[in-house]
Structures are given as structure tokens and as C-alpha cells.
Design a protein around this ligand. Sequence first.
Ligand code: HEC
Ligand code: HEC
Ligand code: HEC
Ligand code: HEC
Length: 153
Amino acid sequence: MNELFKDKEHLVRVAVLFAVGFLVFLLARALLVPKGFGDFGHYRAGALDDNRNRPLSYAGRAACGGCHSDVAESRKGSKHEKIGCESCHGPLAAHAADPGKLKPQRPDGRDLCLGCHVENAAKPAGFPQINPKDHGDAGPCTACHKPHHPAVA
Ligand code: HEC
Ligand code: HEC
Ligand code: HEC
Ligand code: HEC
């Protein structure tokens, strides 16, 4: 028996390495796995609170209309009426909460429009699309189209 284990030093080294590795794993697990994980299998109920506590970036169009009723009014009956304000203006909860603190940039009156209206075979045929090379000129689309009521009468 002794004969069999006489050169056991290399085994001890491997065993120590494994033990250290296991301890590092336990430590990392204790630090990284969030509280409450495992209470209901892989579903962590605390994830709901985490998401609820994230700051809101979007105010929603109802909030915008409260102060910019002129804009909301000018969209009535237009094809853009149902597009959310923040689809074009970006997330503006901070502006809606305190307009003095954050003044929104005006969206680019060309890049913004082309993002939705540039011709593309993948779009439904009935969706209004243009080829910027043969429609309008190189300037902003807003030279002819009002963004809040785009039909050219
Ligand atoms: C509490 C009232 C209030 C709310 C809510 C509000 N705004 Fe405003 N908004 C203002 C005021 C006041 C200004 C003018 C700020 C200035 O000139 O410094 C302004 C300016 C703007 C401008 C810039 C206008 C310009 O002349 O360049 C845009 C765009 C805008 N708001 C969009 C929005 C959108 C989109 C929303 C909804 C997410 C929104 N606002 C919600 C009061 C409000
Ligand atoms: C289809 C995109 C689009 C939508 C949807 C949209 N806007 Fe705009 N809005 C623009 C663009 C582009 C401009 C800049 C016009 C310019 O520079 O002449 C603008 C300008 C404005 C301005 C500056 C003053 C003015 O009347 O030109 C305000 C305020 C504003 N938008 C508020 C709103 C609000 C509030 C809503 C929702 C009720 C909304 N917008 C929805 C594209 C949009
Ligand atoms: C977020 C996507 C989006 C953006 C950005 C956008 N549009 Fe539109 N636009 C639409 C949709 C959706 C319709 C309605 C399509 C339909 O009726 O099937 C539309 C309709 C139109 C129409 C047809 C109007 C009519 O009465 O027939 C014109 C013109 C137009 N947009 C121009 C513009 C211009 C100019 C801009 C930039 C200021 C712009 N759009 C930005 C989505 C967008
Ligand atoms: C010189 C003025 C002018 C400019 C600039 C202009 N348009 Fe137009 N646009 C018109 C007119 C007029 C119509 C309606 C008659 C027609 O279809 O030609 C129209 C129609 C449209 C339509 C509806 C097409 C359909 O199939 O119903 C869309 C979408 C549109 N434009 C988007 C844009 C976009 C995006 C830009 C900027 C790249 C732009 N326009 C620049 C004058 C202009």
C-alpha cells in the first residue's frame, strides 16, 4: 500500500488546486447570485421590483398633449395622428417632468422621415414610400411636409 502512494506529492497539489478552485466558485456564487434566486426555481420574484424601480424614460403622448395641445390639435385627422410623439422626438420623460431643465432638440426633418419612408421592397405595398433620389430635393422634407400633418394639400 505504502509503495503505491510513495510519490503522492503531485496528487496533493492537484487536490489543493481543486479545493481552491471550489472555494473561488463558492465565493463568486455568493457574490453574484441575486437574493431570492432559487425560492421559486429559476424564476426570481425580485426581478419585478428591479424593473419597477428603473427610472422611466418615456412620458407617453397623453403627457405631451397636456402642454402642447396645439401640436396634438394639429395632428388631428392626419396620417401621423396615431404615431406616438416620442417615436419621433425620443424619450422625453425628463422634459415632461420639468420642461425648463431639458429642452428637446428638434428632430432632423430629413433623416427622421427617411427612417420610416425610404422605399424598401420589404415594406407593405400600401405604405407610403419614396425614393429620395426622385422625390423632393436634397433639403429637409419638412420644407414641403408638416411633420405633424404631412399630407401636402
Ligand atoms: C409640463 C409641460 C410640458 C410637457 C408635459 C411637455 N412639454 Fe415640451 N415643452 C414645454 C415647454 C414650456 C417648452 C419650451 C421650452 C423652452 O423653450 O425652453 C417645450 C419645448 C418642447 C420642444 C422644443 C420646441 C422647440 O421650439 O424647439 C419639443 C420638441 C417638445 N417640447 C416636445 C415634447 C414632447 C414630445 C412631450 C411629451 C413627451 C413634451 N414636450 C411634454 C412644456 C412641456
Ligand atoms: C412623425 C414624427 C413626429 C411626431 C409623431 C411628432 N413630431 Fe413633433 N416634430 C417633428 C419634427 C420633425 C419637428 C421639427 C419641425 C421643424 O424643425 O420644422 C417637430 C417639432 C415639434 C415641436 C416644435 C414646435 C413646432 O410645432 O414645430 C413641438 C413642440 C413638437 N414637435 C411636439 C410634438 C408632440 C407634443 C407630439 C405628439 C402629440 C409630436 N410632436 C409628434 C416630428 C414629429
Ligand atoms: C415612425 C415612423 C414615421 C416617421 C418617422 C415619419 N412617418 Fe410619415 N407616415 C408614417 C405612417 C405610419 C404613415 C401612415 C401610413 C398609412 O396610412 O398606411 C405615414 C404617412 C405619411 C405621409 C402620407 C400622408 C397622407 O395623408 O397620405 C406622408 C406625406 C408622410 N408620412 C411624410 C412624412 C415626413 C415628411 C416625415 C418626417 C418629418 C415622416 N413622414 C416621418 C410613419 C412615419
Ligand atoms: C418640394 C416639396 C417636397 C419635398 C422636399 C418632399 N416632398 Fe414628399 N411629397 C410632396 C408632394 C407634393 C407629395 C404629394 C404628391 C405626390 O405624391 O407626388 C408628396 C408625397 C409624399 C409621400 C406620400 C407618397 C405616397 O405614395 O402616398 C411621402 C411618404 C413623402 N412625400 C415623403 C417625403 C420625404 C420622406 C421627404 C424627404 C426626403 C419628402 N417627401 C420631401 C412634396 C415634397
